[in-house]
Design a protein around this ligand. Structure first.
Ligand code: NAP
Length: 309
């Protein structure tokens, strides 16, 4: 039986592994289909402490992995968890047809960005289409250029406000005529002279007349049906996140949006199952907060095992 099985290999997963390994728990990390998680899809990470020049997202995750492995973490690469059974102990985690038994499990499966679902959006990802202003907003390609943010929630407002530091103007495209964001965020965003709201509108296509680089968007007014185009160098999609928690449905407490609900600290409602990172955090969603939560989850798992003797 494994002492600790960690599901997920983003910042939360690798940090949990590092701490669990250093506590001599020989953790197993199941990486998921995208080893390293969402951060590997980002170009430069400039807000992770300790890297004053910034660090490539993929590089950062490789370093975390190496550090966790150095202390005895075992890794199941590219493996996807097919099912879990948290109804009795030891817990069961089925991965690639193999059944692992675990005394404790740390869930660190992260969240994915909700996508618009356009073909052109997928084609131009990392070529001007992005899902994280904090990660990519400062890139030279966006400096002093018109930018588009899609969405009407707190994330969209936050992204738009952040982007006003870099873009010449930030068009906030929302499908309704009022923002879903909290009052204070909405007021702040709409009071910013660099943010221009475009109401009742949907992005129907991301344009790349210069080929392989975003040059604009096609818009549709959802009330009048009128179509138009708008020049921009970047499209920041901020229409919410989808936590990667489908396999835990019915096994553990999830909120109405699918986020794992901790009962205290990193502990879930199932004693011995802990959670860390974006699959339970819809507020901060930063690499450094996920890493901190991974550390906390490993410490709690260690204490849980120690208390059992
Ligand atoms: P959200 O509140 O769910 O808002 C998503 C927005 O995207 C909504 O305006 C929604 O439109 C729009 N949308 C959804 N699907 C769409 C689609 N297919 N096409 C176009 N637009 C679409 O998500 P969020 O802004 O990421 O916030 C999630 C949670 O985190 C919230 O609880 C929020 O308060 C919190 N948060 C807090 C802060 C903060 O306080 N600093 C910052 C960020 C997030 P409709 O309005 O029409 O549904």
């Amino acid at each position: 039986m494994e002492k600790v099985v960690i599901i997920g290999s983003g910042c939360a997963g690798w940090t949990a592994a590092l701490y669990a390994a250093r506590a001599n728990l020989q953790p197993v990390v199941i990486t998921g289909a995208q080893p390293g998680g969402l951060l590997t899809t980002t170009s430069v990470v400039e807000n992770f402490p300790g890297f004053p020049e910034g660090v490539d997202g993929f590089d950062l995750m490789s370093r975390m992995q190496k550090q966790a492995e150095r202390f005895g973490t075992r890794v199941k690469f590219g493996s996807i968890v097919e099912a879990v059974d948290f109804s009795k102990r030891p817990f069961a985690v089925t991965v690639d047809g193999e059944r692992l038994e675990a005394a404790t499990v740390i869930i660190a499966t992260g969240a994915g960005h909700r996508h618009l679902g356009l073909e052109s959006e997928a084609k131009l990802e990392m070529k001007g289409v992005t899902y994280c202003a904090t990660c990519d907003g400062a890139l030279p390609m966006f400096r002093n250029q018109p930018l588009v943010v899609v969405g009407g929630g707190d994330s969209a407002c936050e992204e738009a406000m952040y982007l006003t530091r870099f873009g010449s103007v930030v068009h906030l495209v929302h499908r309704r005529d009022s923002l879903r964001a909290s009052k204070i965020m909405a007021e702040r965003a709409l009071a910013n002279p660099k943010i221009k709201p475009i109401w009742d509108s949907a992005v129907t296509e991301v344009l790349d007349v210069k080929q392989d680089k975003v040059t604009g968007v096609r818009l549709k007014n959802l009330k009048s049906g009128a179509e138009s185009t708008l020049d921009c160098a970047g499209v920041f999609v901020a229409i919410g996140h989808v936590p990667n928690t489908q396999i835990f449905k019915g096994q553990i407490n999830l909120d109405e949006n699918g986020y794992v609900v901790p009962v205290s600290g990193a502990a879930t409602n199932v004693p011995g199952v802990f959670v860390a990172g974006d699959c339970s955090d819809h507020v901060y969603r930063q690499a450094i907060t996920a890493a901190g939560m991974g550390c906390a989850a490993a410490i709690e798992a260690e204490r849980f095992l120690a208390a059992e003797g």
